[in-house]
Design a protein around this ligand. Structure first.
Ligand code: MN
Length: 266
């Protein structure tokens, strides 16, 4: 039976990366594009609950049609799975190709990664794919071809429940990018720069970001692989429980804390 592949992103339906992804995957089955109607990067795993979502059928640059939504990537996957795949459950969900890396501790900021997270939450095999550059242009070729081969494997092998893959591809062609690493998430911290400015009325406003991340380039991490111009593939679990810390916190007097909380002292 023909496979159904749902494609989304957070750079918006008219971004070059999602078109390249659609083109790469179209030989594997029916590709349904459902993506935000505008750039929504860094929206994380947000979902729209307090306003209506509109869906429009739009013509893509290659002449085919896709669906744009007024929502976020998570909304797109939700609506895509439930409403827009012609009554079929998608066999695979792919989010990207994002312009810009999604690595290490910054994963939960990412709308691209959230698209794959939502796919995994639905129990559908999913992966997110990003190129580690912000320079638009001819940067998606290798990532697109790798996405196709990864899609073939995932459709064949499946993924365990609650697990998706996060893929980052350095810029450059296949003469330059010659290795792929199976990795864990590295430590990526932002120093936390905030620009303080004034609006025309003299009131202060703030603008986050603009700082470069501080990366811990430990062995086996996605950050190290990318710094060495290798493709990084990380399996990610929706279960964020810190299992290694359960034992330590078990020694805390949690029950006693509740008993004390039950007593209202005047
Ligand atoms: Mn993005």
């Amino acid at each position: 039976m023909n496979k159904t592949i749902l494609v989304t992103n957070d750079d918006g339906i008219h971004a070059a990366g999602i078109l390249e992804l659609k083109r790469s995957l179209c030989g594997l089955g029916d590709v349904v594009v459902v993506a935000p109607d505008r750039a929504r990067s860094a929206c994380g795993h947000g979902i729209t609950l307090y306003e209506p979502l509109r869906v429009h059928k739009v013509r893509l640059a290659d002449g085919d049609y896709g669906y744009s939504t007024t929502g976020l990537p998570t909304d797109c996957v939700h609506i895509g799975v439930v409403e827009l795949c012609g009554g079929k459950r998608p066999d695979l969900i792919v989010s990207g190709i994002n312009l810009g890396a999604n690595l290490g501790w910054e994963l939960t900021y990412s709308g691209t990664v959230a698209g794959a997270m939502e796919g995994a939450a639905f129990g559908i095999p999913s992966f997110a794919i990003s190129v580690t550059t912000h320079e638009d242009g001819d940067v998606f070729g290798l990532a697109g071809r790798f996405a196709k081969h990864l899609a073939v494997e995932i459709l064949d092998r499946d993924l365990p429940d609650g697990i998706f893959l996060n893929v980052n591809v350095p810029p450059g062609d296949s003469d330059y990018i010659t290795e792929v690493c199976l990795t864990r998430l590295g430590i990526r911290r932002y120093p936390g720069r905030v620009e303080v400015r004034k609006d025309p009325m003299g009131r202060k406003y703030y603008w986050l970001g603009g700082d470069l991340p501080l990366d811990g380039l430990e062995e086996g991490t996605d950050l190290l692989a990318i710094s060495e111009h290798k493709i990084s593939v990380t399996p990610v679990h929706l279960d964020l429980t810190a299992y290694g810390t359960l034992e330590a916190v078990a020694k805390w007097p949690l029950q006693e804390m509740l008993s004390r909380s039950a007593t209202v002292l005047s």
